[in-house]
Design a protein around this ligand. Structure first.
Ligand SMILES: Cc1cc2nc3c(=O)[nH]c(=O)nc-3n(C[C@H](O)[C@H](O)[C@H](O)COP(=O)(O)OP(=O)(O)OC[C@H]3O[C@@H](n4cnc5c(N)ncnc54)[C@H](O)[C@@H]3O)c2cc1C
Length: 326
C-alpha cells in the first residue's frame, strides 16, 4: 500500500453492496473507482431485482437477531445518499385459512401491532373488503432499488463493461470485492439462493405500503412502486440455476397476489426475472479481509436492509489500514 491516508480504492461490482461501500468510502475521502462487468445497470445485477423493503421488524420472524440489530439506521443512511425512502410502514396479512398464523408471526417479529376492521381499512382502503385483520409495522420503510442503484451509480461514475480480478490491484491501494455470487469461486462458503420476481402494472388497485402475505409454503410480498406498478416477490430456492422464471414460481406468486386483492386479475405483467442471492451458511452478510482485498458478500435477502452497515464496516477497515500505513 502507498503512504496515504486517503487510499485509492477500486470496487468490483456495482450492486447494492459495491455501490454502498463506494459511497461510504468516497464520503470519507477515499479516491474510489467502481467497475462492473455488466454493460449497464440492469438484470445482470441481483440487486436490480430486489423488493427494497427496509423492514427489520418483519424480517425478525425468520432472520437471526444480528441481522435485525444491524439494520438500525438504514433508512436514514439511504436518505442521506439522496435516495427517496417511503416511510409508511408495512402490513402483514393472511388468507382466511392461514389467519391462525398471525399471532405466531406477531410473536416472532418485532414492532408489530394487530390491526383489524376500520383501523386496517384506514391504512389501506383497497384491502378492507377482503381483509379484516393483519399486523402493522409502523416504523418500517421501503425504497425503489432501481432508482437507488441508478442514483448512486451516477454519482460514483461507475465504469460499466469493465470486469476486474481480485489479483489485479494495478493503480490502487485496496480492492473491494463486491461481486456478489460471481465471487463464489474464491469464497468456498458462499452458496446460491435463487429468487424470482414479477413486475406488474395495475392502476385499478391502490396499495401504498409493502404487503407481506403469510403462507405455509410460499410466503410472498408486494411492494408498490408508484404509478400503478408493483413488484411481487420472491421465491427462495437453494439453487444456482439462472434459468428464467418457472411456471411453478409464477403460479405460486400470482396465486398469492390474488389472495391480496382480486383486482390484480386485471394487472399487466411487465417483467419476470430471476437471479441468485449470495448467502453464507448463517445467512448473515460479512466483511472479510484478505491482504489488500476486502470482500463484502453474503447479502442473502438483506442487501438493501444492511448495505449501510456493511459499507461502514468496509470503510472502517479500509481507512484503518490506510492510516496504519501512512
Ligand atoms: C427476487 C429477489 C428479491 C429480493 N428482494 C430483496 C429485498 O426486498 N431486500 C433486500 O435487501 N434484498 C433483496 N434481495 C436480495 C438482494 O437483492 C441481494 O442479496 C443483493 O442484491 C446482493 O447484492 P450484491 O451487491 O452482493 O450483488 P449484485 O447485486 O449481484 O452485484 C454484483 C455485481 O458485481 C458485478 N460483477 C460480477 N463479476 C464482476 C467482475 N469480475 N468485475 C466487475 N464486476 C463484476 C455484477 O455484474 C453485479 O452487477 C432480493 C433478491 C432477489 C433475487
Amino acid at each position: 500500500m502507498s503512504q496515504r491516508s486517503n487510499p485509492r480504492v477500486r470496487v468490483l461490482g456495482a450492486g447494492v453492496f459495491g455501490l454502498a461501500c463506494a459511497a461510504e468510502l468516497a464520503a470519507r475521502g477515499a479516491a474510489v473507482e467502481v467497475w462492473d462487468r455488466a454493460e449497464a445497470l440492469g438484470l445482470a445485477t441481483c440487486s436490480y431485482l430486489a423488493g427494497g423493503m427496509l423492514a427489520p421488524g418483519c424480517e425478525a420472524e425468520s432472520a437471526p437477531p444480528a441481522v435485525v440489530a444491524a439494520a438500525a439506521g438504514g433508512a436514514d443512511w439511504w436518505e442521506a445518499q439522496g435516495v427517496q425512502v417511503i416511510r409508511r410502514g408495512s402490513l402483514v396479512l393472511a388468507a382466511p385459512r392461514d389467519q391462525g398464523e398471525l399471532p405466531r408471526f406477531l410473536r416472532q417479529s418485532v414492532g408489530g401491532q394487530r390491526v383489524a376492521g376500520a383501523a386496517l381499512a384506514a391504512l389501506e382502503p383497497a384491502l378492507a373488503e377482503k381483509h379484516t385483520q393483519g399486523i402493522f409495522y409502523p416504523d418500517e420503510a421501503h425504497l425503489d432499488p432501481r432508482a437507488a442503484l441508478a442514483s448512486l451509480a451516477e454519482k460514483l461514475s461507475v465504469q460499466w463493461g469493465r470486469a476486474g480480478r481480485t489479483d489485479d490491484l494495478a493503480g490502487v491501494d485496496l480492492l473491494i470485492d463486491a461481486r456478489g455470487i460471481a465471487a463464489r469461486p474464491e469464497i468456498a462458503t458462499l452458496r446460491a439462493v435463487r429468487g424470482e420476481m414479477i413486475l406488474l402494472h395495475c392502476p385499478e388497485v391502490t396499495i401504498t405500503r409493502p404487503i407481506r402475505l403469510i403462507h405455509p409454503r410460499h410466503p410472498c410480498y408486494l411492494v408498490p412502486r408508484g404509478g400503478g406498478a408493483y413488484m411481487l416477490g420472491a421465491t427462495m430456492v437453494e439453487s444456482d440455476d439462472r434459468k428464467p422464471v418457472t411456471v411453478k414460481a409464477a403460479l405460486d406468486l400470482l396465486a398469492a397476489l390474488w389472495a391480496v386483492h382480486p383486482g390484480f386479475a386485471e394487472a399487466e405483467i411487465l417483467e419476470t426475472a430471476a437471479h441468485i442471492r449470495p448467502a453464507y451458511p448463517d445467512n448473515i452478510p460479512a466483511v472479510r479481509r484478505d491482504g489488500r482485498v476486502i470482500r463484502v458478500n453474503g447479502a442473502y435477502r438483506h442487501g438493501f436492509l444492511l448495505a449501510h452497515h456493511l459499507a461502514r464496516q468496509v470503510a472502517d477497515l479500509a481507512l484503518q489500514e490506510a492510516a496504519q500505513c501512512a
